[in-house]
Design a protein around this ligand. Structure first.
Ligand code: PMP
Length: 338
């Protein structure tokens, strides 16, 4: 019988899919590593399980213990699957600005959700940083994951995502492009690929409102770069330990509007239903297309599934309220003409 012993064994070995329409004006071949087929519907399953397994090996958590993390979405889902199969409790500490759907999904897979006010300083005892730390101190046999600084995060991508991409492209990959949040994906994949071939270019996609691009170019952590933005999962107001700036050749910033519009186009023109960090990555490639030539093989990684975003970027009213719909109308006109 060809069976998996539990759901965690189905993580990884995700497909690499050629883009045929959206990037037709780019001279290079564009291949998408679509991570939605993981059981938690995102690439984060890989690092969540690796972080748990490394914590077990290091004796940080014992059977029946409690995993605590300040996460709203994809990492929480991966941790939940790991906790169920391995027999731990999971507490996810969230901000009250997170959508109800996200909280419901985490509860559906058995997590306890603790909601904290967003509008308080990180040092305030009610903030989600403070509450996560307090819970980890108070609850016996508990472990605080900290995906930003926990280096098992990028190690997971060095061990699984990177080798898969190298093998699936027969080593022909010339560029790897991906949105950067904790930095785990770009740093782990980037390190593996550069060890195989140091000429491979690693491009990080950043948002307006995040510190990464300026820090990478100047070494300055500029607080003026920090302001609220909409694209989920990428950009930061801190420098996580998982970001290895040395393996990254370039950061490109993409606007919230472009990320949303190109995510909708991915769904409608390629049939690839993914989250808005994927649209940001595609738009980033289009912005950099003059740096790509015939024969180049670009792999772009799509982190998560579009179903998480049906109340947002896939909702016309939500898009219209933010003035994001006009450009798409123009593109739709182009399609009618074809
Ligand atoms: N996109 C989405 C939707 C994410 O959830 C994340 C994780 N924060 C990222 C991109 C960035 O990945 P990483 O944290 O590995 O840099």
């Amino acid at each position: 019988m060809k069976v998996y012993n539990n759901i965690l064994e189905t993580i990884g070995n995700t497909p690499l899919v050629r883009l045929n329409k959206l990037t037709k004006d780019v001279k290079a071949t564009i291949l998408a590593k679509v991570e939605t087929t993981n059981p938690g519907n995102s690439v984060k399953d890989r690092m969540a399980v690796k972080m748990i397994e490394d914590a077990e090996k290091a004796g940080l958590i014992k059977p029946g213990g409690t995993i605590i993390e300040g996460t709203s979405g994809n990492t929480g889902m991966g941790l939940a699957l790991g906790a169920i199969v391995k027999g731990y409790k999971l507490i996810c500490v969230l901000n009250d600005k997170q959508s109800k759907e996200k909280m419901d999904i985490l509860r559906a897979v058995g997590a306890e959700v603790v909601v904290c006010p967003t509008a308080v300083d990180p040092s305030d005892p009610r903030s989600y940083y403070s509450v996560s730390k307090r819970l980890a101190n108070e609850i016996p046999n508990s472990w605080y994951v900290n995906q930003y600084d926990n280096l098992s995060n990028r190690e997971a991508h060095y061990e699984s995502t990177g080798p898969e991409i190298w093998e699936q492209t027969d080593g022909k990959i010339t560029h790897f492009v991906v949105g950067v949040g904790t930095g785990g994906t770009i740093s782990g994949v980037g390190k593996y690929l550069k060890e195989k071939n140091p000429d491979i270019k690693i491009w990080g996609i950043d948002t307006y409102g995040s510190v990464f691009k300026k820090y990478h170019e100047t070494g300055i952590f500029d607080e003026a770069e920090i302001y609220p933005y909409i694209t989920e999962g990428i950009g930061e107001d801190i420098l996580p330990a998982n970001v290895d700036f040395d393996v990254i050749d370039k950061f490109e910033k993409v606007t919230d509007k472009d990320a949303a519009v190109y995510t909708r186009r991915l769904a409608r023109e390629e049939g690839i239903f993914v989250g808005n960090s994927a649209g940001a990555a595609i738009k980033g490639i289009l912005q950099l297309k003059d740096e790509l030539k015939e024969g180049d093989v670009v792999v772009v990684l799509f982190h998560d599934h579009g179903s998480r975003y049906v109340g947002k970027i896939f909702n016309d009213d939500w898009m219209r309220e933010r003035g994001f719909l006009e450009e798409e109308t123009k593109n739709a006109g182009d399609l009618v003409g074809r």
